[in-house]
Design a binder for this molecule. Structure first.
Ligand code: RUG
Length: 812
């Protein structure tokens, strides 16, 4: 391999640039417009301005980036490597401008050309390299690591197509490919010289007691870097995304010349498919092999890069844990354990047991789910085909793990029933395993890994998720952010606990008014955008009741829409009862092959169609489901919400992070005791949270009761009326039987306990309505929510990772 990055990394950086004056920034912008984009201001389109502006902003990221890299080398600092198959980054322009302290100057200079920052920034495609919470968490953590001066790299895949685009046809979800790289990506620093071969398949041979793996095929991982600048521009880390390239020139010119165009490109296309699409599900066998290969591709390239960087400054591989911490974001990169062991043993001659000990000292594993279908298991046959040497290593680890369990009659296995359990593997090869909320970590210890936990007490730790206040308050909600700064001064951006200083203002009528006005501004901003972008008109004075997240039965969008129907029926029965106008807002995508989730989407849209067109009720109740929910929509929608729906079946949502974003922006939560809701409620105060529903223990008990669904339905006339209306085709007059399957599940199984929790949810919703009818009380509660959400900053989470898992110090 070439010696790719060292020269770059060790290069002397120039002194950090001082903040530019408007005149200097204007000059830089015009220079990029002319020399980078090749346009004059007179001819420039919004796209041209955005690219020029991105380059002008990006220039300011380079010095902190160089300085941070150089200092890390000079001071021989320990680095953190965050391996994740998903980074849901969103747009970068405004985020980088804020973190570099450039937002005001950008606004001013663009204004001189008659442009607004918002309209220029709006053209940037969302980098949607993730499915949901797990990927967005990774993006928040990268930003916090940079803000905290934690030397770190994020490693991921540079998917050509991120999460699919969603639109609705007759209420049904239709997926089309997303194309974020179709135009220019100004944040991308291409590093063609940083490329590693990643092997697949092939054969194993023993030679003098050592194993030699000869892969059957190879694909090159080629690096693309994005600087990630922390708030204040004091430190910057790297997000390194790998693109798949053919390892040799696989394009068959002779075949092409013979007219066989498709076949000529096939091997090349196959190699590139590794970074072609973000994986939405794994229901097909072909898909499974691609997914495993993608995971290995990310992991192998990253681990090679990490070892290359380590060996550039050190010789002793056994000291790896002193200088390297690798965090596995879920089990997706869990092949990192066997891969590192393989490299240490097969390529560097380290003894197997020593290699295992070293690797365990380096690795940490974050568990994000207890759902059996999301806990990865790879068939032994597939593993043998794709990664034969790794399977051999896993089998040895399995044998050792059984020995560790002594005479246990039915030991936990890493390999059983012809499957490799990636969760057990990740646990066995990590020195720390963390859950993502207090409740989830308790369940991880008790239900998922009880045997591991007994064998390795102290290995499991809890690190409750967090969100970055820079993007989720300062960027997303300028009216509230400004009010906060005007009230308690700046500094809360990096010390979110300071929001506590707002508490006394909850009793100040003038502040409550100002707070109300800031919410109103956020609502108008959102409704203006919604009308323009999706032609959906909403009354800004209604209660905005929002549930935005991936569509999944356990998240219970169904409970929400069933209650919406009940609410509509009640309004129709008694239109003069003094109902507070309400807008039910939904947002989120379903996995393309998840039939039930897609049916729920259709039901929501069908209900919207009826309810929104009902002249008797449409001034009191509206249902809005803007398509293609993503980070950028969330940035507009979350600040506008009054009520945040966090209504999953208890014990099923590992943490949630949307719940934190809403509460930080002054929405009150209606929620179950699930995931981080539990801690949010503790922090904001039980009296400022609308609690309902069965607890985790009660969920288990209820599920064990035969016929619980029918029993719950028989006890709720309200819910029976709702199901009856659906069954009669009130919402699907063109196809009365559309929801038969869904209704059958409600009566006969109801695994997610929608019926069991319905009545209590209804009670909590009445409380919401009463409370909203008392604006002073509502405002007070909302302010206290904001004031008490400091704990949920991702800076706090990262501080805990640094001290409890990575053992790494801030360089600031
Ligand atoms: O479902 C979980 C969320 O509860 C959590 O907040 C988020 C970040 O920790 O991760 C989500 N998640 C879990 N995304 N994918 C998985 C499957 O492993």
């Amino acid at each position: 391999m070439s010696q790719p990055i060292d020269a770059f990394e060790l290069r002397d950086a120039a002194a950090a640039q001082p903040a530019p004056t408007p005149a200097q920034f204007r000059q830089a912008l015009l220079r990029h417009l002319q020399y980078t984009v090749g346009k004059s201001p007179q001819k420039a389109s919004l796209f041209d301005w955005r690219i020029a502006l991105s380059h002008a902003v990006r220039d300011h990221a380079v010095d902190p980036w160089f300085n941070a890299t150089r200092r890390t080398w000079d001071e021989d600092r320990k680095r953190v490597y965050y391996l994740s198959m998903e980074f849901l980054i969103g747009r970068l322009l405004e985020d980088q401008a804020i973190n570099l302290g450039l937002r005001e100057v950008v606004v001013q200079v663009l204004g001189e050309f008659g442009l607004s920052f918002a309209e220029v920034a709006e053209g940037e495609p969302d980098a949607a390299l993730g499915n949901g919470g797990l990927g967005r968490l990774a993006a928040c953590y990268l930003e916090s690591m940079a803000t905290m001066g934690c030397p770190a790299y994020g490693y991921g895949l540079r998917y050509e197509h991120g999460l699919f685009r969603q639109h609705f046809e007759n209420g049904r979800q239709i997926e089309t490919p997303e194309n974020w790289l179709a135009t220019d990506n100004p944040w991308d620093f291409t590093r063609p010289e940083v490329a590693y071969p990643v092997g697949f398949g092939g054969a194993l041979a023993e030679h003098n007691g050592a194993w030699i793996w000869s892969p059957g095929s190879q694909v090159l991982a080629s690096a693309h870097d994005t600087p990630v600048v922390g708030y204040g521009g004091k430190w910057a880390n790297t997000l390194r995304l790998w693109a798949a390239m053919p390892s040799a020139d696989l394009f068959d010119l002779n075949r092409f010349n013979a007219g066989d165009f498709a076949a000529a490109s096939e091997p090349e296309a196959l190699a590139r498919s590794l970074s072609r699409v973000l994986y939405p599900n794994d229901t097909t066998d072909g898909g499974k092999e691609l997914r495993l290969s993608q995971e290995y591709f990310l992991t192998s390239a990253s681990v090679q890069d990490i070892l290359r960087r380590y060996l550039a400054a050190h010789q002793d591989l056994l000291k790896l844990p002193e200088f390297v911490a690798i965090q596995m974001n879920d089990t997706h990169p869990a092949i990192a354990g066997p891969e590192l062991i393989r490299l240490l043993v097969d390529e560097h001659g380290v003894n197997f047991d020593t290699a295992v000990q070293t690797v365990t000292g380096v690795l940490g594993y974050t568990n994000h789910t207890l759902l059996p279908e999301a806990l990865e298991r790879w068939s032994v046959g597939l593993m043998r085909k794709v990664l034969p040497r790794h399977l051999q290593i896993i089998e040895t680890l399995d044998t050792q793990f059984i020995q560790l369990q002594g005479s246990a009659p039915d030991p936990v296995r890493l390999v059983s029933n012809d499957q490799v359990s990636m969760g057990d593997l990740a646990f066995a090869t990590s020195h720390k395993v963390n859950g993502v909320s207090a409740l989830h970590t308790e369940l991880v210890s008790k239900d998922l890994f009880p045997v591991h936990n007994e064998l390795h007490p102290g290995r499991i730790v809890n690190i409750t998720n967090g969100i970055t206040p820079r993007r989720w308050l300062k960027l997303a909600n300028p009216s509230l952010a400004t009010l906060i700064t005007d009230t308690i001064g700046a500094g809360w951006e990096t010390d979110l606990e300071r929001l506590r200083e707002l508490e006394p203002y909850a009793d100040d009528p003038a502040f409550r008014d100002a707070f109300g006005r800031s919410k109103r501004q956020a609502k108008e901003h959102f409704t203006g955008w919604l009308a323009q972008e999706h032609g959906i008109e909403l009354p800004a004075d209604a209660l905005f009741d929002a549930q935005v997240k991936r569509l999944h039965e356990y998240k219970r969008q169904l409970l929400n829409i069933l209650w919406t129907i009940a609410h509509w029926q009640r309004i129709k029965r008694d239109p003069q009862a003094g109902w507070a106008p309400r807008v039910k807002i939904f947002g989120g995508k379903a996995a393309p092959s998840y039939h039930m989730a897609k049916l729920i989407i259709q039901l929501i849209n069908d209900v919207a169609n009826v309810v929104n067109n009902d002249p008797e009720t449409s001034h009191l109740l509206r249902v809005a489901y803007p398509p293609n929910y993503g980070v950028s929509m969330a940035e507009k929608l979350i600040p506008a919400a009054d009520l945040s729906e966090q209504i999953s079946t208890a014990g099923m949502e590992a943490s949630g992070t949307g719940n934190m974003k809403f509460a930080l922006n002054g929405a009150l939560t209606i929620g179950t005791l699930d995931g981080a809701n539990v801690e949010i409620r503790e922090h904001v105060g039980a009296e400022n949270f609308f609690l309902f529903g069965l607890t985790t223990e009660q969920v288990a008990e209820r599920r064990a009761q035969p016929g619980h669904a029918r029993t719950a339905l028989e006890a709720s006339q309200t819910l029976r009326d709702v199901l009856q209306a659906i069954a009669e085709g009130v919402f699907s007059p063109d196809d009365r039987h559309r929801y038969d399957g869904l209704l059958d599940a409600m009566w006969n199984s109801d695994w997610f306990l929608v019926a069991s929790d319905f009545e209590d949810y209804d009670r909590a919703q009445s409380e919401v309505a009463d409370c909203y009818g008392d604006p002073d009380r509502w405002q007070r509660m909302a302010i206290l929510n904001v004031a008490r959400m400091g704990y949920f900053s991702s800076d706090r989470s990262i501080r805990e990772y640094m001290s409890q898992i990575w053992n790494v110090e801030s360089a600031l």
